[in-house]
Design a protein around this ligand. Structure first.
Ligand SMILES: Nc1ncnc2c1ncn2[C@@H]1O[C@H](COP(=O)(O)OP(=O)(O)OP(=O)(O)O)[C@@H](O)[C@H]1O
Ligand SMILES: O=C(O)c1ccc[n+]([C@@H]2O[C@H](COP(=O)([O-])O)[C@@H](O)[C@H]2O)c1
Length: 197
């Protein structure tokens, strides 16, 4: 029997949006993945220059956003480990719980650009095959990465960022259709991203 094929979509997801979901869905189909596990970060250490929402809010929004897709699930490994999140740890933890699986780590073009600055960057490529996906505004390039370690995939262009969703909410602009309906409702119910009066 062939190994189970598991996609891993790591992100801060503050909040999760349709850019993340479309990328995961496209890679799932193209690479015939059995499932895609979304892994919200604990502390995203390369975003330490800004406030990041509570891990539980980011986790719950990711659960809400992925609940309707039977091939999507959400893992708490990075949140429960505590401390700064390193993909080296994420992949080792997922390998321990899924020893028979082949892992495929999905990243947008912007994250792919930064990979050599990650902790133990040389070692992460031995733990998963990396899949870089297109993102409007960024060049998708893997010439800085080990040959054969990365596949590049064009996904439907979604010019959406979590930064824009937070900024729109703070300015009172709608975020309907940028994030799933349940996430719009979660943001509104909790007051996340609103500027206090
Ligand atoms: N619109 C998009 N299209 C393709 N990939 C995306 C898109 N948005 C995010 N990604 C990828 O999803 C992963 C998680 O992204 P992240 O949670 O940091 O979202 P973000 O929109 O970049 O957030 P922020 O604006 O807060 O920096 C990264 O690999 C990122 O490159
Ligand atoms: O391993 C690292 O040092 C590292 C540094 C920055 C980002 N990452 C991972 O890259 C993914 C996208 O991160 P971000 O910050 O763009 O949301 C997420 O899974 C992070 O844990 C990993």
């Amino acid at each position: 029997m062939s190994n189970r094929r598991i996609g891993v979509m790591g992100g801060t997801f503050d909040p999760v949006h349709h850019g993340h979901l479309v990328a995961a869905s496209e890679v799932q189909a193209r690479f015939e993945l059995d499932e895609v596990i979304f892994v919200p970060t604990g502390q995203p250490w390369q975003k330490s220059d800004r406030e990041v929402s509570a891990a539980e809010d980011r986790y719950l929004m990711t659960v809400i956003a992925t609940a309707s897709n039977p091939r999507f699930s959400v893992s708490r490994v990075d949140i429960d480990r505590g401390g700064p999140t390193y993909t080296f740890d994420t992949l080792n933890d997922l390998k321990a719980t899924h020893p028979e699986a082949d892992l495929f780590f999905i990243t947008g073009a912007d994250a792919l650009e930064q990979i050599l600055s990650w902790r133990r960057a040389d070692d992460v490529f031995g733990l998963a095959h990396f899949i870089g996906v297109t993102r409007p505004g960024y060049d998708l390039d893997d010439t800085h990465l080990p040959p054969g370690a990365v596949s590049l995939v064009e996904v439907p262009a979604m010019a959406i960022s979590s930064t824009a969703v937070r900024a729109r909410t703070a300015s009172g602009l709608p975020v309907w259709y940028l994030v799933p309906d349940g996430v719009v409702q979660y943001i509104s119910k909790t007051g996340l991203y609103s500027v206090p009066d």
